[in-house]
Design a protein around this ligand. Structure first.
Ligand code: GRF
Length: 274
């Protein structure tokens, strides 16, 4: 699967993807293109130093968003790209652009959406005195930070947390969960359609990982919704009763277990990158 990563700044998520590919933890994925919307983006310089294919499409050189996006579209369509990954890409994309690549565009956002769309999420979460913060990886639609959730990861907010400490703590998780989502898409465990996220051909409402890295996933079908968890074998039996005869429960369980194994296989001493 060929991915293009779109950045505007530091580019640490892009580097995390590159490293995951290099280490062999992200399999069957090629980082085929890094596009920066800013000339001075630190991530662009880093990608060049690593010899990654980079393109600068400098927003400031275009009079209109339309011209900028046309150049983006032209560049992306020059090669077979299967998935666009927005990672710190500070441009709001038009419905026309999104329509061109949907459903194969994802974004990573530093909050537990639908809470705190937009900027300054760490500041806002502290001001609201929330007990939890986190990240969301979601499909990109024409509405800002509002597309269907693919995955979320929660982190605890310590009493003495600052905007900086929260950002740093979350970034470590971003570098783990963005590769995980891309791996699941490459494995075709997760499929993106125009409006929904599918797991093993069942509509899911995203996968949510708690602080201990256990996950919960809700499958939505016509008759009922089934909840699958990584850590609760006794509950799984209970849900099995509800879902008796529903093959989706089993394959969803397999997917979660596979995802958990993938997480466990990663370096447990993750350090911030970039
Ligand atoms: C990350 O916090 C990401 O969630 C948000 O922008 C930041 C980008 O960081 N969308 P980096 O450029 O990947 O280091």
């Amino acid at each position: 699967m060929n991915i293009a990563v779109l950045i505007s700044g530091r580019g640490s998520n892009m580097l995390a993807l590159h490293q995951a590919i290099q280490k062999g933890s992200l399999k069957n994925v090629a980082l085929s293109l890094v596009i920066s919307s800013h000339k001075e983006a630190a991530g662009l310089a880093k990608a060049k130093r690593l010899g990654l294919p980079t393109v600068l499409i400098d927003r400031s050189q275009f009079n209109s968003r339309r011209d900028f996006e046309n150049q983006l579209i032209k560049t992306i369509q020059q090669q077979p790209i299967d998935l666009l990954v927005l990672a710190g890409f500070m441009q709001v994309l038009s419905p026309e652009f999104v329509a061109c690549f949907a459903p194969n565009i994802i974004n990573i956002h530093p909050s537990l959406l639908p809470k705190y769309k937009g900027l300054n999420t760490h500041r806002r979460v502290l001001a609201a005195k929330d007990s939890k913060h986190g990240l969301t990886i979601h499909m990109v639609t024409a509405d800002l930070d509002s597309g269907p959730t693919i995955m979320q990861k929660e982190i605890h907010i310590a009493n003495n947390a600052t905007e900086e400490s929260l950002a740093a703590d979350l970034l470590v998780q971003e570098h783990l969960f963005l590769p995980l989502v891309i791996q699941l898409i490459a494995w075709q465990d997760i499929k993106l359609t125009k409006k929904e996220v599918f797991c093993q051909d069942q509509h899911i409402e995203g996968i949510r990982w708690n602080e201990q890295n256990d996950a919960i996933m809700k499958i939505q079908n016509d008759e009922n919704s089934i909840v699958i968890e990584t850590n609760r074998n006794e509950n799984i039996k209970e849900y099995a009763k509800i879902a008796e005869g529903h093959q989706e429960r089993e394959s969803a369980q397999e997917l979660l277990n596979r995802a958990k194994r993938w997480l466990l296989e990663q370096d447990s001493n993750l350090r911030p990158i970039g």
